[in-house]
Design a protein around this ligand. Structure first.
Ligand SMILES: NC(=O)C1=CN([C@@H]2O[C@H](COP(=O)(O)OP(=O)(O)OC[C@H]3O[C@@H](n4cnc5c(N)ncnc54)[C@H](OP(=O)(O)O)[C@@H]3O)[C@@H](O)[C@H]2O)C=CC1
Ligand SMILES: CC(=O)N[C@@H](CCC(=O)OP(=O)(O)O)C(=O)O
Length: 313
């Protein structure tokens, strides 16, 4: 059986990555609009209603507009934008997040692909909250650094095009300093936290890759969990996953490139038992498990294929 797939936004940063991952897959036929037609409303509407699966790689407003254009009840949608990630009638497309999530994705017609930063954050904290190691009302914070492709075509031009009005030669900068980043509601909802985490993102002069960190003062928790208990909870949560792995915390440093160019998500638990402190670190590719890899994984699951087919494991 062949499935027909239309990527709306196929020449954007995420769309192109998905297109590449699907290009040599047998059993998957892509509907591709000519460059002159890719923003033509009527052509998009035709394509959106003529396939089995639509993958939206658009800004939020354009994604909402595309969803409203779909009239064919047969069409199933994966949206890479932020538009539907906290909507109750959409399925959150993080297959490893909860037991049963992969089945929910398999049966769903509307799947929202997780944000890149929430992917790292949720992978680190959700098993700890589920098992009671971290209380639901704990005021978590999350520090993260992304490669500049995380900001799409406009940020790529900001970092690479010396002729662009907004060109920057900075090596590293913090942003979202008003503490209102669009990923915070998604992190709070899917971690099942009572309070929004304090989110401290930054961007570095490297194209792709991501480091997401959560500090945990274990001595302050009622159950005073050990560093081993934290690591074991993560190992147990991801023991069957080919993409999410818990690595030994034996190296003295972790680089933003650790999982760049792959669809993996690696978790490490560093800590100091005397001080009762832990530092959880996730590495991923913002364009891999943080976007395109997750979208292809969700497509595989929804279509009943091998979940990691076409992925860089
Ligand atoms: N980059 C990343 O690491 C991640 C991105 N995402 C999300 O994925 C989505 C796409 O992001 P990204 O690929 O980075 O963004 P880009 O800006 O690189 O690409 C967006 C694409 O959408 C096209 N587009 C915009 N409006 C329309 C429209 N009305 N009709 C048809 N095409 C349109 C753009 O066209 P044109 O080329 O003419 O500008 C562009 O090609 C966003 O919602 C983003 O938040 C999610 C996770 C990570
Ligand atoms: C470096 C950078 O700017 N990153 C983007 C987030 C990446 C992204 O694409 O966000 P979504 O996953 O929600 O689409 C930002 O902070 O807005």
């Amino acid at each position: 059986m062949t499935i027909r797939v239309f990527i709306d936004g196929a020449v954007g940063t995420t769309g192109l990555e998905i297109r590449e991952r699907l290009s040599d897959r047998t059993g998957i036929e892509q509907v591709i609009l000519a460059d002159t037609d890719r923003k033509d409303r009527a052509k998009r509407e035709d394509a959106l209603n003529s396939v089995d699966f639509v993958i939206l790689c658009l800004p939020d407003d354009a994604a909402r507009e595309a969803v409203a254009m779909i009239r064919n009840e047969h069409v199933r949608v994966i949206d890479a934008s932020t538009a539907y990630r906290t909507e109750p009638d959409w399925t959150y497309g993080f297959a490893e997040l909860e037991p049963g999530q992969m089945s929910a994705i398999a049966e769903s017609a509307r799947v929202s692909n997780p944000g890149c930063y929430p992917t790292g954050f949720l992978a680190l904290v959700r098993p700890l909250i589920r098992s009671g190691i971290v209380p639901h009302d704990y005021p978590l914070s999350v520090n993260a650094v992304s490669g500049y492709s995380g900001g799409g075509k406009s940020m790529i031009s900001e970092f690479e095009d010396r002729d662009a009005a907004e060109f920057t030669d900075t090596a590293y900068r913090s942003y979202a300093l008003s503490l209102a980043h669009k990923h915070v509601p998604e992190m709070q909802k899917h971690a099942r936290l009572e309070h929004p985490p304090i989110f401290m993102p930054s961007v570095a002069r490297t194209y792709r890759g991501m480091l997401v960190e959560v500090p945990l003062p274990l001595h302050a928790f009622t159950r005073r969990p050990s560093i081993e208990a934290v690591e074991n909870a993560l190992r147990d949560a991801y023991k069957d996953s080919p993409l999410v792995r818990v690595l030994p915390a034996e190296m003295g440093s972790v680089s933003i490139e650790a999982d760049a160019g792959t669809d993996r998500l690696s978790l490490r638990v560093f800590g100091n038992p005397e001080r009762g402190q832990a530092r959880l670190v996730a590495t991923l590719d913002n364009l891999g498990k943080g976007a395109a890899g997750a979208a292809v994984q969700n497509l595989n699951i929804m279509a009943g294929l091998d979940p990691v087919a076409g992925l860089i494991v």
